[in-house]
Design a protein. Structure first.
Length: 263
């Protein structure tokens, strides 16, 4: 009987000590202040200071702009947390980082959720229903500012690259486009072209069909067949086949003797 109670008593003592240790450890960590994942929120401070200004009070458009800027900062922080959380979780499982950084990220998530709810409430206080659209507008504004910053930095980056590697490409000047000249048509600017343009404009004003410009290009025959050359005479004997060298020559016909008595 004693041999059975000793292991049971040992297991009970171990489990009880672990429970007591975990209780005090959680209680100590609950009151511990971790290092903030995001040190400060200057856009929120600016909005609160403008909201509390009374002499003179801030204009409503200025308050809306400050609230939109605050929402833009929140959107950028949400994106950063979504990118950092999987990587930090993987590093925590491998033991590469401590619990302090992970707990700081979790605390930042909770603070950001409360911040988003507060921004939504403030937006709805200005215009009913704006709270559902303010973060979408903030995301689009962030994307626009990012593209603008890239465009503005293009000239500086190009100057640095040219200073480092030299000028790579040369500017190519393309020739001016020349008007297409149709064979047989009057050249642009000639009296015939001016008269033709005036005639077409007059016909258009009177509602008559506009005749196309005359050209010397012969019409293309149907079926893609080329007519015979005008300088080559046609063989008159080709109609009955006498001029064909592949046809055998006709047999000579001997004259038939007449049986008439007078001949």
């Amino acid at each position: 009987m004693a041999s059975v109670l000793v292991p049971v008593l040992y297991i009970g003592i171990v489990i009880g000590s672990l429970l007591v240790f975990s209780h005090f450890y959680r209680k100590r960590n609950a009151g511990k202040l971790y290092e903030l994942y995001f040190p400060s929120h200057p856009e929120r401070d600016v909005y609160v200071s403008l909201l509390q200004q009374t002499d003179p009070p801030a204009h409503e458009a200025l308050l809306k702009a400050a609230l939109l800027r605050r929402a833009m900062t929140d959107v950028s922080r949400v994106v950063k947390l979504r990118e950092d959380k999987p990587a930090l979780q993987n590093l925590l499982q491998k033991g590469s980082i401590g619990d302090d950084l992970w707990n700081s990220l979790l605390q930042a998530e909770k603070e950001l959720e409360a911040e988003i709810m507060e921004v939504v409430a403030e937006a709805n206080s200005f215009v009913e229903g704006w709270g559902t659209l303010i973060f979408q507008t903030a995301g689009e504004t962030l994307a626009t500012e990012k593209m603008r910053s890239i465009f503005d930095d293009t000239a500086v980056a190009r100057a640095k690259k040219e200073q480092k590697y030299g000028k790579v490409g040369k500017t190519v000047e393309l020739p001016a486009a020349q008007p297409m000249i149709i064979p047989g048509a009057p050249s642009p600017g000639s009296p015939a072209a001016v008269m033709l343009a005036q005639a077409q404009a007059q016909a258009k004003a009177q509602g008559r069909p506009i005749s196309p410009a005359p050209t010397s290009t012969p019409p293309k025959p149907l079926g893609g067949l080329t007519p015979p050359a005008s300088g080559r005479p046609e063989n008159p004997a080709s109609s009955d086949g006498e001029g064909d060298p592949r046809r055998p020559p006709p047999k000579s016909v001997s004259p038939r003797r007449s049986t008439h008595p007078l001949i």
